[in-house]
Design a binder for this molecule. Structure first.
Ligand SMILES: *Cc1c(COP(=O)(O)O)cnc(C)c1O
Length: 394
């Protein structure tokens, strides 16, 4: 059983803050600053170029992939890290499209815009198109016209959870390749990419994996497809022998061919330290506690704030690790909440979003959130021009 008092002690959170936005940017693990300082001072500062070999910099993308793999049900050697999620998604979709003669990607209308922009572009470049349907209509829209199914398992706005096992199985039976975006799944709930039979999966490490702003993304390729990938971005570090400097591209083994260029070593040092929490935390326990905390938040807000409408599935098994409420004045309401030390976020057009992250969050923060939200609503504290000023990041 995971000791959540112990995991919380591993994070450096400001006193007096209820942080319910770890689904957007995970907090700082206490081990990160020293690990990054060591990478800067000792590895870069003293070892200089030798650190690529002596400090293991060159293996970092794959070593970190192996650390993330158990959290998503991937075998060792099937996950690598680097770049950003948008780039890894582009690579995975391009690879998936080369495995079908049907250049049609199916996704849902609730998917994250970056995912849809990229899917639309790669499908058109392959001579086909992106089709989107409502999230509930995905299963029925799978047909032999579709080549690739690309879904984000947990909806970033509502937290709605797709049935990854059932949808992947149905896609497979129709010869459709699958690309799953685990941005709001990895570190939030158990995922079994291998068990589900997914072909590709991608995700970011700055949300529930706490890797820090700009932390590298991860990409999974199933063992049976990895060796067939003809990478759309055949960079030198995805070559079988980068330092042979051959004029022609020869792909690296398996998923390593999704590596592109020089890894962001300092970001990777931060992620490496942040992942240590998973040595003492079990994702099954995290999921159970996240559901308990979510129920507490939903019950409390519904009792205290009748004007807020639950925008997430009520059934916990159909929800990721976030709870959202809608209100026409969601933006100023969230600003008023943040000004009072309760941090969630706003998603256009009308969503108040709260991330439940048991590694460092408990009943006390949930109760503070409910009480503060109730006060903001009851006393219309949000109705202040200062809270209507839209900032670049919401
Ligand atoms: C967070 C998120 C992204 C962000 O992509 P980056 O390239 O890391 O900026 C993309 N897709 C989904 C579904 C996300 O939740």
């Amino acid at each position: 059983m995971t000791d959540f008092t112990a995991t919380r002690a591993l994070f450096d959170l400001p006193e007096g803050l209820a942080y319910l936005d770890g689904n957007s940017l995970g907090p700082l693990a206490r081990s990160v600053p020293d690990r990054v300082a060591r990478a800067v001072r000792e590895e870069w500062g003293r070892q200089l170029i030798r650190a690529w070999n002596d400090a293991g910099w060159m293996e970092m993308p794959d070593r970190l992939g192996d650390r993330i793999a158990p959290l998503i049900g991937a075998p060792a050697g099937t996950v690598t890290t680097g770049d950003t999620l948008s780039i890894k998604l582009h690579q995975a979709l391009s690879a998936a499209l080369t495995m079908t003669d049907r250049p049609v990607i199916l996704s849902d209308t609730g998917n994250f815009p970056s995912d849809l922009y990229i899917a639309d572009a790669v499908a058109r470049q392959a001579g086909g198109e992106l089709r989107t349907v409502a999230p509930e209509a995905v299963a029925a829209a799978l047909s032999e016209e579709i080549g690739v199914l690309m879904l984000t398992e947990v909806d970033y706005r509502t937290g709605r959870l797709h049935d990854m096992v059932a949808l992947t199985a149905r896609a497979k039976s129709l010869g459709i390749a699958t690309v799953w975006d685990l941005a709001h799944s990895a570190g939030a709930l158990p995922v079994d990419v291998a068990g589900a039979g997914a072909d590709f999966a991608v995700g970011c490490s700055y949300k529930y994996l706490n890797g820090g702003p700009g932390a590298p993304a991860f990409v999974y390729a199933a063992p049976d497809v990895a060796g067939r990938i003809d990478p759309s971005m055949p960079g030198w570090l995805g070559h079988a022998a980068p330092f042979a400097f051959e004029p022609g591209y020869r792909p690296a083994r398996d998923v390593a061919r999704f590596r592109v260029g020089t890894p962001p070593v300092l970001q990777m040092a931060a992620l490496d330290a942040a992942l240590d929490v998973w040595d003492v935390a079990d994702i099954v326990d995290v999921r159970a506690r996240s559901l308990d905390l979510s129920e507490r938040l939903i019950a409390g807000v519904e009792a205290a704030c009748p004007d807020l409408a639950l925008a997430s599935p009520r059934d916990g098994s159909a929800r990721g690790s976030q709870v959202s409420f809608s209100h026409p004045e969601a933006y100023p309401i969230m600003q008023a909440l943040i000004a009072r030390g309760v941090i969630g976020d706003f998603r256009a057009p009308d969503i108040l979003r709260f991330g439940l992250t048991p590694l460092y969050l408990g009943e006390a923060e949930i109760d503070t959130c409910i009480a503060t939200l109730a006060e903001v609503m009851d006393r219309r504290l949000w109705d202040d021009p200062a809270y209507r000023q839209r900032q670049a990041v919401t």
